[in-house]
Write a protein that binds this ligand. Structure first.
Ligand code: COA
Length: 230
């Protein structure tokens, strides 16, 4: 695991049908108990692998054993490393894919969405997107371009929500992300309720076929290292 310097962000991508070194890592009893409550086998497998991956890479950064990574879950659901100062983390999974982000550059949110799932994009954008996001998606071009723009907005919004850790409390229409393609783009509009909004950056990460991946960083623009075990 390459060291994560101050001011840097690292992402790790994993596949459930791969067998990386962390796939045999035992989880603490409370995480095993939580996974046992998950009825769907695919949800359970994704939860377990996400925790194994996060514990493995965070342990290397913190210089502790994976079992001693101080991983807790806030009431909102955001995973946090308690007492680990400026190290923020995020977890996402879709289908076979699991990914985590670790940041020493500010609050981080990571989201991978399948672009193959059947969704009613018109109704989701009416319900959740900010007006300027809806306008940008509608103006994106033909049906395929509009659908690609829709998924970019969706993944970026989820990534922002995961960085703030607020879930839905601020309202998804209260802030706006760009719909255009771009490797690193600023947030279009922060929510009024975010005190001292500061800089926000949205990164388009290299994503497996049939998915889109977004990382939101509340902090300065830095380079993001993407890694995959092989
Ligand atoms: C919390 C939320 C962002 C999770 O996103 P998701 O796409 O459903 O699922 P993902 O696999 O990407 O992420 C799940 C992980 O997010 C993390 N998470 C859960 N709540 C979180 C929160 N409030 N903040 C940050 N991370 C959170 C957890 O680690 C979870 O994984 P785990 O349970 O295996 O540990 C999502 O459920 C949510 O509330 N979304 C609100 C926005 C919305 O409705 N969007 C629709 C269109 S824009």
């Amino acid at each position: 695991v390459p060291a994560l310097a101050d001011g840097a962000v690292q992402c790790w991508l994993d596949r459930l049908d791969d067998a990386p070194p962390w796939s045999t890592l035992p989880l603490p009893a409370h995480e095993t108990a939580r996974s046992a409550q998950m009825a769907a086998a695919d949800r359970r497998a994704a939860f377990v692998r996400g925790r194994q991956l996060l514990r493995f890479v965070a342990a290397a950064q913190l210089g502790v054993a994976p079992a001693d990574v101080p991983l807790v879950v806030a009431d909102s659901g955001k995973p946090l490393l308690s007492g680990s100062g400026a190290l923020d983390v995020s977890i996402t999974h879709t289908g076979q894919w699991v990914a985590v982000a670790l940041s020493r550059a500010g609050a981080v949110g990571l989201d991978i969405e399948s672009t193959e799932r059947r969704v009613d994009d018109a109704s989701i954008s009416r319900r959740y997107f900010a007006p300027e996001e809806r306008t940008a998606v509608d103006a994106a071009g033909d049906a395929a371009a509009r659908r690609a723009a829709f998924f970019r907005v969706w993944a970026r919004k989820e990534a922002v929500v995961k960085a703030t850790g607020d879930g839905l409390s601020g309202g998804l229409g209260a802030f706006a992300v760009p719909a255009v393609e771009g490797a690193v783009l600023p947030l279009l509009r922060p929510a009024d309720v975010w005190m001292d909004a500061g800089p926000w950056w949205l990164y388009a990460l290299p994503a497996p076929a049939g998915t889109v991946a977004a990382l939101a960083l509340r902090g300065p623009r830095v380079s993001v290292q993407c890694l995959r075990w092989a």
